[in-house]
Design a protein. Structure first.
Length: 287
């Protein structure tokens, strides 16, 4: 059986040939997940031989990545802010850009509602990275997490237990704001990372997304704004006075979504850019 170093070298060559951008780094992560070790431990003990079972598991994982299955789906988790979230093919892989939404929302809530117990709502919660991260950062908050997909809610429930915030979250299956009809006028902060890919652009996405991530969590009509158009017609009615709404958008959609906010009754919606300089978050407060 090969040593860890030999297995990594072989996997790196295969991943590079498959077009993976960081083949050595991803090979380390795949082997670490297989052996249930850290990458530091693997590199430090590179001469240690794999067992036959371990080598089979590692080879199978590398083969899946060669087929462009996202690394997070293979290892079963993805790091987001300070936590590792469970993920599978029922939910999107969390993106680093989404961390900006959480950080911005938490900052504004702490500033505007410094003492109040907070009621949060996360629409299209998926794996729960937005809402559950906010719960962990805001100990006085409670969360309503909504998703149309029951399998996605199972993933979010698992993550709530892992983060030990399950007592402060209620999960609602359903379409957008529909399950929260009794909450009108009471929500301090509403967050959403809904589908925003235009149907005509979907076929041009990278293989990892196109082949493996759930299409229904990505595509939103001809212009990519069908979900947000529906959400923003009603969102203001669900917020308390001074309540906030934060949504993630595509890199060219900021001004269009800003207009949807205005049509929905919000004054002066703001656009925030991500670290790459792309428009990423649109947000506003209810006056």
């Amino acid at each position: 059986m090969p040593t860890c170093k030999e297995a990594l070298l072989g996997a790196t060559g295969k991943l590079r040939a498959a077009g993976i951008d960081q083949p050595w780094f991803e090979a380390q992560l795949l082997l670490a997940a297989t052996l249930k070790k850290t990458t530091v431990e693997i590199i430090a003990h590179g001469e240690r031989s794999l067992s036959a079972s371990q080598f089979r598991q590692f080879t199978a994982a590398v083969r899946q990545r060669q087929q462009r299955k996202p690394l997070a789906y293979i290892v079963g988790s993805k790091h987001f802010l300070h936590w590792d979230f469970a993920v599978n093919q029922d939910v999107l892989v969390p993106r680093p850009e989404t961390e900006l939404l959480v950080e911005l929302a938490v900052r504004e809530l702490r500033h505007r509602f410094p003492e109040a117990p907070l009621q949060l709502a996360d629409i299209g919660t998926g794996s729960g990275v937005i809402g559950l991260s906010m719960l962990a950062l805001l100990p006085s908050a409670r969360l309503a997490a909504v998703d149309l997909s029951e399998p996605a809610l199972l993933v979010a429930r698992k993550n709530a237990r892992r983060m030990q915030v399950q007592d402060r979250v209620t999960f609602y299956p359903g379409d957008l704001l529909q399950p929260l009809a009794g909450w009108k006028g009471s929500i301090n902060c509403l967050t959403a990372n809904l589908p925003y890919v235009a149907s005509v652009e979907y076929e041009n996405l990278q293989p990892e997304i196109l082949r493996f991530e759930p299409r229904e969590a990505l595509v939103s009509g001809v212009d990519g704004l069908r979900h947000y158009r529906r959400l923003l017609r009603e969102a203001k009615n669900y917020l308390c006075t001074g309540g906030l709404i934060f949504i993630e958008v595509g890199s060219t959609q900021g001004e269009q979504v800003q207009r949807l906010f205005i049509h929905g009754g919000f004054e002066n919606p703001q656009i925030e850019k991500d670290l790459a300089g792309h428009e990423r978050i649109v947000w506003a407060a209810k006056d």
